[in-house]
Ligand binder design. Structure first.
Ligand SMILES: Cc1ncc(COP(=O)(O)OP(=O)(O)O)c(N)n1
Ligand code: 3NM
Ligand code: MG
Length: 212
């Protein structure tokens, strides 16, 4: 089963990105999504190669945002695809059964479609407003997570759900009580000066008394 904490990388340059990824890994994060928007193919490739190398050193999962061709080229562990990105079925045809394919959802219907198309996990959001992503979908809040998870249970639908968007440490317990599998965060980890403490606290709240 997938780890419950995914770090989505930030940084305007390859150096900043690698620094942030390295810090997340060094402080206990073992799933990285490389998110490097509006960059040249060459810079995305350079970052992906270096970040994959780092993740291998830390035995962490490494997936790439948006770019299926790049994920295939560097043999990443998978991709994350949004509602406007390549279709999950097409990505599966390219990457094969063993790679992780995550999909973004904002509604129960999105989740149902993703499951039908064979996605491995869902990033369901935004939980609340965040400046990390432009053009956010409607904000969900705790109540929508509760109702969407309840509807999934009613219809016997199972897929790991990750809450995303403006999540803070103090949100994690309530979010986990809705029945989600984990969280995906970016700004929270990037901006925190005490990353070891933060990631330890996040993992305590995410895993509770689950034995791993
Ligand atoms: C885990 C996770 N969930 C959702 C997203 C958002 O993907 P997308 O909607 O394609 O937006 P961009 O990240 O591409 O701006 C994500 N990246 N990860
Ligand atoms: C990349 C992304 N996707 C979202 C969605 O709702 O689909 S919210 C988001 C930003 C996550 O970063 P932060 O933890 O800094 O808010
Ligand atoms: Mg995308």
């Amino acid at each position: 089963m997938y780890n419950k904490l995914q770090y989505i990388s930030q940084g305007n340059t390859i150096e900043e990105q690698l620094h942030n990824i390295h810090e997340a890994l060094d402080n206990g994060c073992d799933w990285i999504q490389m998110r490097f928007k509006n960059q040249t193919d060459s810079d995305c490739y350079k970052l992906a190669e270096a970040a994959k190398f780092l993740c291998e050193e830390y035995l962490a999962n490494f997936i790439i945002n948006d770019n299926v061709a790049l994920a295939q080229k560097i043999a990443a562990d998978g991709v994350h695809l949004g509602l406007m990105d390549m279709k999950i079925k097409d990505a599966r045809d390219i990457l094969g059964k063993t790679k992780i394919i995550g999909g973004t959802a904002n509604t129960f219907e999105n989740i149902k479609n993703h499951i039908q198309n064979g996605c491995d996990y869902i990033g369901l959001g935004p939980f609340r407003f965040t400046t990390t992503k432009e053009k956010l979908s409607p904000i969900l809040g705790l109540e929508s997570y509760e109702s969407i998870i309840a509807e999934m249970k009613k219809q016997n639908l199972e897929v790991p759900i990750y809450a995303i968007g403006g999540i803070d440490l103090s949100d994690v317990e309530a979010l986990m009580q809705t029945g989600i599998h984990g969280i995906a965060v970016s700004g929270l980890i990037t901006e925190n000066p005490s990353k070891t403490k933060l990631i330890t606290q996040l993992n305590e709240k995410l895993y509770g008394n689950v034995i791993v």
